[in-house]
Design a protein around this ligand. Structure first.
Ligand code: AMP
Ligand code: MG
Length: 320
């Protein structure tokens, strides 16, 4: 099989109705989608991505009404967050109803729900009589795709159709929020800034309970290029790497190096997020022995960028 890239919504819908996989554009990253109410179809996502069964999927809906059919009545805070940020890059973890198959939630009694903002995928969801389970459309642990071509490079042989919605406008995955003992908690920083969320629900703490029975280090190491990545002070790392082929992923200022990408010359965190994954891919293809990168300011979308960079760097130490 070789995936076709196109913009044919009816074809995408037909594959999905037949229980097949389709890559879909969202404002965060491209997703690998299947019928979320069909256990066999959703299982194909895990197979194609080589994703471990303990890592649950996000379920994408076309409306708040559809979301409310999939979960138990949510806390008032969740409804307020849907009002404020849906459609958009915010995923809410709520108590699930039985119609969501266990394979989608990895056996958890909660389900992660999101209404994506991308116009093409919103239209696709509105045509379908079921929601779509969709993790990022990359091989497990690797860099997330932000264009249809990125998807084709990693998964082109395993799926029939890639719906092309252009480059992703946010570029990092959704923020994931849940509730522990009635209090909102953060599972993953992402495309909706924590500061904006806190203006709606007050202070949000990091999640305390261990949700995923993950092998230690398994999920800490993620988003990895094949080239080892080190995170720290770029100039010091370059000095240490003198004589080697070192590529640089800088926030706002270029450096002389084997290859260099600047995330945002003007220091704009939204632009940096948009460019993060494609820059990582380009540097990974540049034939360097090492990629060195620096953290960006830890605020707004910067939290999500730093989270992805830390995990890409952790993948390196996990390999060694
Ligand atoms: P992605 O691969 O970007 O689609 O991310 C899916 C992530 O959502 C998983 O790795 C989990 O971290 C998170 N997630 C999904 N479902 C749940 C859930 N029921 N409870 C907590 N986190 C979840
Ligand atoms: Mg992912």
């Amino acid at each position: 099989m070789k995936a076709t890239i196109g913009t044919d919504l009816e074809r995408a819908a037909a594959h999905l109705r037949a229980g097949e996989l389709v890559a879909i554009p969202t404002e965060t990253v491209y997703g690998l989608a299947a019928n979320a109410l069909d256990a066999a179809a959703s299982l194909r996502i895990f197979e194609a991505k080589q994703r471990p069964a303990f890592d649950p999927l996000i379920v994408h809906v076309h409306s708040r009404e559809q979301a409310l059919e999939l979960c138990e009545p949510p806390p008032a805070e969740a409804l307020a967050l849907m009002d404020a940020f849906w459609p958009g890059p915010l995923t809410l973890v709520l108590r699930k109803r039985a119609r969501i198959p266990d394979v989608v939630t990895s056996g958890l009694d909660t389900v992660a729900l999101r209404q994506p903002a991308h116009a093409l995928t919103a239209e696709l969801l509105a045509r379908l009589p079921f929601p779509l389970a969709a993790p990022s459309a990359n091989l497990f642990g690797r860099t997330s795709p932000t264009t249809a071509q990125h998807v084709a490079e990693q998964l082109g042989e395993r799926i029939a159709y890639i719906l092309d919605g252009g480059p992703c406008s946010v570029g990092v995955e959704s923020t994931i929020l849940g509730w522990e003992d009635g209090r909102a908690v953060l599972y993953r920083p992402g495309g909706t800034p924590l500061e904006a969320i806190e203006r709606v629900v007050g202070r949000v703490d990091p999640a305390q309970k261990r949700v995923l029975p993950a092998a230690p280090g398994m999920l800490a190491a993620h988003y990895a290029p094949r080239t080892p990545l080190e995170l720290g002070d770029i100039d010091a790392l370059l000095e240490r790497g003198a004589g080697r082929r070192v590529a640089v992923l800088a926030f706002d200022r270029p450096r002389p190096a084997h290859a260099c990408r600047v995330l945002s010359p003007s220091g704009d965190l939204a632009e940096a997020a948009r460019r993060l994954f494609s820059s990582l891919r380009e540097l990974d293809a540049a034939g360097a022995e090492l990629i060195v990168a620096e953290c960006v300011p830890e605020l707004g979308l910067g939290r999500a960028i730093n989270d992805r960079l830390r995990r890409a760097a952790a993948a390196r130490s996990a390999r060694h």
